[in-house]
Design a protein around this ligand. Structure first.
Ligand code: F58
Length: 832
């Protein structure tokens, strides 16, 4: 966009550069050596795997920058409606392999690397994960960026560049310990620092009123603290397209101007201190998953991010010279959960206070611009901020929120006169001491569409947490977009052998762009030769995981055993506790058998992985229990290797890429109605793993797609949960007898000092079993038995496995993004 001012000589040189050079092996190697000697300033006689990674990454980065520039240039010219995805988390994982695939460089660069004496796997393994997210929500944002780029949407992501991503997990005596993830320790080739793109973000201060020349009362907010937001751009290349989109991550820096007055007043040290505090804002990602923490710094992060992003979006719009009324035709902003809800208020403030629009005109623009995705109905995850905290940090925003609420409640009152109860329930302000701002209410009122992330979840939000809003708005405002995952990372990259087999048998790589074409695999489900190849791939993935387990835990596992996997954040609602309790049950049954009887038993390796929030005591005890059980089981020779239990430490995106392709069964066993969607369930099934799951989240839709014969479902249904909880609360419901036996076993000290585990056991008894483990335990064990039986018929199991992959077309994030674009954003692709 700034090219107009350039000398024609420069422009012509630039155009020459923009012509894609030949990305063959030789050119790659030249660039590799150039980066080793110049960018890394190393000698070519001394290149280790890490340098090889860096040199390869820098070569790819050069290509990315070119495509990024061309894309942005062409979008500026075409000026299409843009999509902005606001997410506090982007859990990208590693970039090199993904960029090689998407840019079509994998073969040539791969050969080039090999030719220079390196193994590509070793080179790729040098990269540290970009772990700027907690779990599902952050990874979803990353998958969506991949699809937006691949489908040619003119989209941008906006987030924060945390200095510390999600903590690293290590185990000490079976307990989780957290270590800081200083991921920027080495240079990060995947970001482009834009030290010239900055926004001043203010906090605190006061609001002054004045009357303008039209006689209207106007407001000016004068903050007393200003922090600089600096942009870092992360290019996201699409697969099989030139489109390369951008995630702009903001980093907080102190303002350059030094307060000379204070310096002269002898407050030098304090002034320096305050400057240093500016960097705190983007220092660390809050490590909670499905739990709200009301820390002031978190609110500051949210506003800092939202203010910088909106400034950028508005600046880009203003450059087009279009009138404000066109803003919603040019801009769609998706709020990834309630974390960016202040953006609604900020845009209203920009339009009314800074641009002088009338309130109603501005509010119409605002509500036509925003849409909001909800990711949970757990009450403890609902964001609310104390009014005094908001008023102190953002005094003008607090006024605007009160006004938005007033006008909203007036409309409610008009439609439902005399229903004071309804007003209290819908109000954006919770009347407590102190008052709270309910962010979900603000997000609903300020958006034109609200969506859940799977059918069941989207229905539940309409009948539970947001039911009063449905009464007021009608149900059209609420919709569903079932989550999806990118097949580029979660099949091609994570499971290259399966990807190659599929490409070979289908005769093209088209499935990477159109996942529904996997359905052509169905006709090979009974093909002997194909099944043999399928089994070979699965087996080699299991061997790869077994090696990883040996290296990282010391446990030796048998790749012929059934691999049973539960990897996800540790949370009571996800019920890893129920899983380990059933492991104890299995162990006790095995011990009661004769060795002949044990010969018929299907050998199992039960694998866990996942982080607990550092302050989540019960979740951390679950990790300890898993490790205590593993220790007893794994060294018990009397059960003839029929059972092994493993906890893989530091589960993250790149570890998931090794674990997921190796599963026979994965567990998705949340209490019905609690897991909004889940996305790892999709990743496992896409890789030919079967599911043991509850009737919850996207499990239900996966079941619909793959059919009864290829999934193991169990447990109470969502609409039974309330009654069951009620029964636990007010009646003496006896504990499931098999479960009671397991509890007795733990209490006998079989797995170490049982006192350690009493708070955990108490959740089932004194705690009234809120997540209904006892109610589901019987049907869970029965489903486990069905899994064992089915696995005995290996041939039929392979058939099921093939059908699973074949029927997963729906769960591509490409499908999800098209739904958002067509039904929510009204945005069209724009090819470069
Ligand atoms: C997850 N939420 C849902 N939140 O639990 C999962 O069912 C769903 O598949 C996924 O979103 C994507 O829609 C989730 O991951 C968080 O991690 C938040 C982080 C910030 C604090 C509140 C929870």
């Amino acid at each position: 966009s700034d090219q107009a001012s350039l000398d024609p000589k420069i422009v012509s040189l630039w155009e020459k550069c923009a012509v894609n050079e030949n990305n063959d092996k030789e050119n790659f190697q030249r660039s590799f050596v150039r980066h080793v000697t110049t960018t890394l300033a190393r000698s070519v006689y001394n290149i280790d795997n890490f340098s090889a990674y860096q040199a390869t990454a820098h070569t790819v980065r050069d290509q990315l920058i070119k495509q990024w520039n061309e894309t942005q240039q062409s979008h500026t010219e075409a000026d299409p409606k843009r999509v902005y995805y606001l997410s506090l988390e982007f859990l990208l994982g590693r970039s090199l392999d993904n960029a090689l695939l998407n840019l079509g460089l994998k073969e040539n660069f791969g050969e080039g690397v090999k030719d220079l004496g390196f193994r590509m796997e070793d080179v790729l393994d040098e990269e540290v994960d970009a772990a700027l997210g907690n779990g599902g929500l952050g990874r979803l944002a990353a998958c969506y960026m991949d699809s937006l780029a691949s489908l040619d949407y003119p989209a941008w992501g906006y987030g924060l560049r945390y200095t510390y991503g999600i903590f690293q997990q290590r185990l000490n005596d079976g307990y989780q310990v957290e270590f800081p993830d200083y991921w920027l320790n080495f240079d990060n080739p995947w970001e482009l620092p834009r030290l010239d793109v900055t926004v001043d973000v203010q906090f605190g201060g006061s609001v002054n009123k004045y009357t303008d020349e039209d006689g209207r009362v106007r407001h000016v907010w004068e903050g007393n603290d200003v922090i600089k937001a600096v942009a870092y751009d992360v290019p996201i290349p699409g697969y099989g397209t030139k489109n390369c989109i951008n995630i702009r991550l903001w980093s907080s820096k102190p303002k350059r101007q030094f307060d000379l007055g204070r310096f002269n007043a002898g407050e030098y040290e304090q002034a320096v201190q305050e400057q240093m505090q500016a960097e705190n804002i983007t220092a660390v990602l809050y490590p909670n998953d499905n739990h709200m923490v009301g820390k002031e710094l978190r609110l500051k992060q949210q506003y800092f991010w939202v203010a910088a992003s909106l400034h950028d979006i508005v600046r880009r719009f203003i450059k087009t010279g279009k009138p404000w009324s066109k803003f919603p035709d040019q801009v769609a902003i998706q709020l990834n959960d309630t974390h960016p809800t202040l953006a609604i208020v900020e845009l209203q403030r920009i339009l009314v206070d800074l641009e002088g629009l009338k309130w109603d005109e501005a509010w119409d623009i605002v509500t036509r611009t925003f849409a909001f995705t909800n990711h949970t109905i757990l009450p403890e995850a609902m964001e609310k901020w104390p009014v005094p905290m908001v008023a102190y940090l953002l005094p003008r925003h607090m006024q605007i929120i009160f006004d938005v609420n007033l006008f909203f409640l007036q409309k409610v009152e008009k439609l439902f006169p005399d229903d004071r109860d309804l007003l209290a329930k819908l109000s954006i302000i919770e009347e407590a001491t102190p008052q709270f701002v309910r962010m979900a209410h603000l997000a609903i009122v300020g958006s034109h569409q609200v969506n859940g992330v799977a059918e069941l979840h989207s229905n539940l939000i309409k009948t539970t947490i947001f039911k009063d809003f449905v009464k007021f708005y009608g149900s059209e405002k609420f919709t569903n977009v079932t989550n999806g995952i990118t097949p580029r990372r979660w099949l091609h990259q994570a499971n290259p052998k399966l990807g190659d087999l599929i490409t070979e048998v289908l005769g093209s790589k088209n499935w990477l762009k159109d996942l529904s074409s996997l359905n052509q695999l169905e006709k090979f489900a009974d093909d002997k030769e194909f099944k043999k190849q399928w089994v070979t791939v699965k087996r080699s993935n299991k061997v790869r995981l077994a090696e990883y387990i040996k290296t990282h835990t010391g446990v030796v596992v048998n790749p012929n055993a059934l691999f049973d996997i539960q990897v996800k954040r540790i949370h009571e609602y996800k019920r890893q506790f129920m899983n380990i309790l059933s492991v104890i049950h299995r162990y006790n049954s095995l011990k009661k058998m004769s060795s002949e009887e044990r010969c018929d038993v299907v050998k199992r390796v039960i694998i866990f992985g996942g982080k607990a929030a550092p302050g989540y005591y019960i979740a951390k005890l679950v990790i300890k229990l898993i490790n205590s059980v593993a220790e007893v089981v794994n060294k018990d020779e009397s059960i003839d290797d029929t059972l092994k239990v493993v906890f893989i430490p530091d589960y993250n995106v790149s570890v998931a890429e090794i674990i997921i392709p190796a599963s026979d069964i994965s567990q998705h066993i949340s209490t019905a109605g609690t897991e909004a969607s889940g996305t790892s369930n999709m990743k496992f099934v896409l890789n030919g793993g079967l599911i043991l799951g509850t009737v919850d989240g996207a499990n239900i839709e996966i079941h619909e797609e793959i059919g009864d014969d290829n999934i193991f479902m169990f447990g109470n249904l969502a609409d039974q949960v309330e009654d069951l909880r009620h029964a636990h609360r007010y009646r003496n419901v006896p504990i499931d007898p098999a479960l009671q036996e397991v509890i007795n076993d733990i209490e006998s000290g079989h797995f170490g000092d049982s006192r350690i585990f009493s708070p955990l056991i108490n959740t089932l008894t004194i705690g009234k079993d809120y997540y209904l483990i006892s109610d589901d335990f019987g049907s869970y064990l029965s489903a486990q038995n069905l899994v064992d039986e089915a696995y005995k018929n290996q041939d039929d199991w392979t058939r099921k496995s093939i059908l699973c992959t074949a029927r997963m077309g729906k769960f591509s994030s490409d499908r999800a993004i098209k739904e958002y674009a067509n039904r929510i954003w009204n945005a069209k692709p724009c090819s470069t």
